[in-house]
Ligand binder design. Structure first.
Ligand code: NI
Length: 168
């Protein structure tokens, strides 16, 4: 496994819609393994393939020691709203309060191409929305009225979870 370089906010590839995966082959499995390794090294709780320069609809989330691999993910149901702190590995050193759905159900494929559904709440719901946004070229700063809403991680209020500020 290879730790890949994480691209930051100014890179145009982060603003492009990633392409659907059609081949569930060894190179996809390598990419998934590298994404997990890169996310852990950062450290973070989620990462999307375009953050390492690969414009494919592939993302990985790891919470409570459970890795969720998402290929061609789509939100099929959402409910509620919650405002909480959020960070991103491509915007290192900052967090902001972002409004998200409280609960989402996502349809995706696994590394072998098999379709599955996963329901997320709390931080997992936030991570799912954040990664699917990445694959559509959207960053959480797009939801802010002003970049002045960004808070330096070093100045963050004490209620901000460390996991969140690690980056998604
Ligand atoms: Ni991110």
């Amino acid at each position: 496994m290879v730790i890949r370089q994480i691209l930051t906010v100014e890179e145009p590839i982060l603003r492009q819609r990633a392409k659907k995966v059609t081949q569930f082959d060894a190179s996809l499995h390598r990419l998934l393994d590298d994404l997990t390794e890169t996310m852990r090294d950062a450290p973070g709780i989620g990462i999307a393939a375009n953050q390492v320069g690969i414009p494919l609809q592939v993302a990985v989330i790891e919470l409570e020691e459970k890795v969720t691999e998402l290929i061609n993910p789509q939100i099929v149901r959402s409910s509620g709203e919650v405002i909480d702190w959020e960070g991103c590995l491509s915007i290192p050193g900052f967090v902001a309060e972002v409004k998200r759905h409280a609960t989402v159900t996502v349809k995706a494929r696994d590394r072998h191409g098999k379709e599955f559904r996963v329901k997320g709440e709390e931080l997992f719901a936030r991570a799912l929305q954040h990664e699917i946004d990445h694959l559509n070229g959207i960053l959480y700063i797009d939801y802010l009225e002003s970049l002045e809403e960004l808070v330096r991680v070093s100045d963050r209020p004490s209620e901000v979870q460390e996991e969140t500020t690690a980056g998604i």
